[in-house]
Design a protein around this ligand. Structure first.
Ligand SMILES: [Zn+2]
Length: 133
């Protein structure tokens, strides 16, 4: 087995590395598990301070995380709306309850979803050290 085959084999194992997925969702580096991935509530640093992998290779790398966060928020809202309507029927102000809940869901979901997205990019081989392919 040459180096390239070894690298491909190692990367394929990333898809089933659920420990790395969980760590990344909690805001740690999917590659090494180190702290310091997030530099603010939503902001991810350029590289991991522990192992040095580069997180953002291209602008727009986080577009998928936004799409995922909106999707998760929509699912939460559908469940919430279903439970509210089932329990109380249609009531005055339901739309505002859902608007506020929708905003809160996106704000709260974006960080863990962005961490999960980081794991996805790492598993797909987009997150590597500079100079490593
Ligand atoms: Zn790291």
């Amino acid at each position: 087995m040459n180096d390239e085959q070894a690298t491909v084999g190692r990367r394929q194992g990333r898809w089933t590395d659920f420990g790395a997925m969980w760590r990344a969702t909690l805001g740690r580096c999917p590659n090494c598990g180190g702290d310091g991935v997030f530099t603010s509530y939503w902001g991810v640093g350029d590289t991991c301070p522990t192992c040095g992998v580069r997180f953002e290779r291209e602008s727009g790398a986080w577009l998928g995380a936004w799409v995922m966060a909106y999707t998760v928020a929509i699912v939460i809202l559908l469940i919430e709306a279903g439970l509210l309507i089932w329990t109380f029927g249609l009531f005055r102000g339901l739309e505002w309850v859902l608007v506020v809940s929708g905003i809160a869901a996106v704000v709260l979901c974006y960080r863990p979803v962005k961490g999960w997205w980081l794991w996805w990019m790492w598993a797909a081989g987009f997150i590597t050290k500079d100079g490593e392919d």
